[in-house]
Design a protein around this ligand. Structure first.
Ligand code: NAD
Length: 482
């Protein structure tokens, strides 16, 4: 590997990579995570795992790709002494390709792995199920399955072509931050395929593997500050709007279920854990790291902070984050080879990283999908275990205020929350007294029933809802943490 203009070049010829992986959903996370692992493989001399990226929704990287050949910079670090590397593994990109090229590429025998980061919404499922929400965007694809517009419709049409070409199945790995992501993906793909072609559904069930995976790296959206930092560190200025470069932390982790159809990349050789049980790793991450991120997203925003690192620079919020993680860890199983105490320490350090500009509203997006997996289950477990519940009650009360879209001072909160429409329909957003509000929200499906059924906890949440109408979460925490 060589350094040119301060950049660690791949040290291989990207043009010699053949495409072995199709990735659906080329956003920040894919560029800063899976693509980096596949780039590591190419650096080891594996030439069969180049990536074809496909987006069925924005962003469109077509121009950026044409300008750079798909090469981009990943800047890794903890706020000082950044290291830069060029990624060469991305070998092609297609946008909204309902036509022949993209769909037929999945019917190429060399292609053996599909990965996805399409966000929770991309799965087109009814919340809390592994079945399609047939009234959502998937309805159009169900009418016209040969001209798909959704990622699920695209995947199934491409698999239909693969089967028609007499090719073997392949592995389709969700890398979205959803519990049991592979099972959800299998559920919606099979549900969709059964509706359009039951024989195809049978083939997919036999020939396609949907491993669960746990993915971890904090990869914020690329803003102007990130672009300017990359230019300053590397001398390469990526044009605004076409910037594929990433600024991220040094840490990364990928744990994938040992469930593959046919040949797969030798992922272990680049530090991926291939294991039979991903669940324990998922629980650790969702409850401890992501639980604290979600708690800070809502309580931090309502306290006037803008990023996770800004929260963690405040002693009150940092103490809250650590204590909240310790309580979540107390009801989490320790995965093999991990120490939960060390995981909490590492998570505190990662969230404190001043070099990572992770805006709280970005983390707070889609919270209806996230709060159950990250906080709801652990809260129910903590109620069974016994012990203080004040921080969890405050967190949930803060989430309620956030989702209702008005701060203490009446100012609107910019909520990106598709679940809010459903909550409104259920009357939760209009419940007026703190008690009604606490009861209405705790009865929503992200939360286990045990929460609304525990009167002591309802009273605690009600009390926090009331307190939040007069004070910021930070001011309340000063008392709670004393
Ligand atoms: P991003 O906004 O940069 O990219 C989102 C990607 O998802 C885009 O490629 C977009 O085309 C696609 N997408 C969005 N809505 C879609 C839909 N309805 N159907 C199909 N595709 C759709 O976001 P990101 O940072 O790349 O995060 C993507 C996902 O990665 C997250 O939802 C999360 O599950 C996972 N993840 C992200 C991080 C992180 O730190 N960014 C960490 C762990 C996991």
């Amino acid at each position: 590997m060589t350094r040119q203009r301060g950049i660690l070049d791949p040290g291989y010829d990207p043009d010699k990579l053949s495409i072995g992986v199709l990735h659906l959903g080329v956003g920040a996370f894919h560029r800063g995570h899976q693509a980096v692992y596949l780039d590591d493989l190419a650096r080891q001399g594996e030439t069969g795992w180049g990536i074809l990226g496909v987006n069925v929704t924005a962003p469109d990287w077509t121009d950026a790709f044409a300008a750079t050949g798909g090469r981009y910079t990943v800047l890794e670090g903890e706020g000082q002494g950044w290291s830069a590397r060029r990624i060469g593994a991305m070998r092609g990109f297609l946008y909204r390709d309902g036509g022949e090229t993209g769909l037929d590429l999945l019917a190429d025998p060399a292609l053996r792995l599909v990965t996805l980061t399409i966000t929770e919404k991309g799965y087109c499922h009814s919340l809390g199920t592994r079945s399609l929400d047939e009234d959502g965007p998937i309805a159009g694809d169900l009418d016209q399955p040969r001209d798909p517009r959704t990622a699920i419709g695209y995947l199934v049409e491409a698999l239909r072509r693969r089967r028609a070409a007499g090719l073997p199945g392949l592995t389709v790995a969700s890398c979205d931050n959803i519990p049991d992501n592979g099972r959800l993906l299998a559920g919606v793909v099979l549900d969709y395929a059964r509706r359009v072609d039951p024989a195809l559904a049978d083939w997919i069930a036999d020939a396609v593997a949907f491993p669960v995976s746990m993915v971890d790296r904090i990869v914020p959206a690329v803003d102007d500050a990130a672009r300017i930092l990359i230019a300053a560190e590397t001398g390469l200025d990526e044009p605004p709007g076409h910037a594929m470069g990433i600024v991220t932390e040094t840490f990364r982790q990928w744990v994938i279920e040992d469930r593959f159809a046919g040949p797969r990349p030798p992922l272990e050789s680049v530090g991926v854990t291939v294991t039979r049980d991903v669940t324990v790793f998922e629980h650790m991450k969702h409850r401890i790291l992501n639980g604290a991120q979600t708690a800070l997203a809502h309580l931090g925003h309502l306290s006037g902070f803008s990023t996770t690192a800004a929260c963690m620079a405040d002693p009150v919020m940092a103490t809250f984050a650590r204590r909240f993680m310790e309580r979540q860890a107390a009801v989490t199983t320790e995965p093999p080879g991990e120490s939960l105490a060390a995981y909490v320490d590492r998570s505190v350090a990662r969230l404190t990283n001043p070099g990572i500009h992770h805006p709280l509203p970005q983390i707070g997006t889609d919270s209806a999908f996230k709060i159950g997996q990250r906080i709801g289950g652990a809260t129910a477990d903590l109620l069974v275990r016994g012990g203080p519940m004040d921080l969890h009650a405050l967190m949930i009360a803060g989430w309620i205020q956030y989702v209702c879209g008005r701060g203490r001072d009446g100012r609107p909160i910019p909520v990106n929350e598709p679940g809010a429409v459903r909550f409104a329909a259920l009357g939760a957003l209009t419940a007026s007294s703190p008690r009604d509000r606490a009861l209405a929200f705790l009865a929503l499906d992200p939360f286990p029933r045990a929460l609304a059924a525990d009167d002591g906890f309802v009273v605690l949440v009600e009390d926090m809802v009331r307190r939040l109408s007069a004070r910021t979460p930070r001011a309340i925490l000063v008392d709670l943490l004393a």
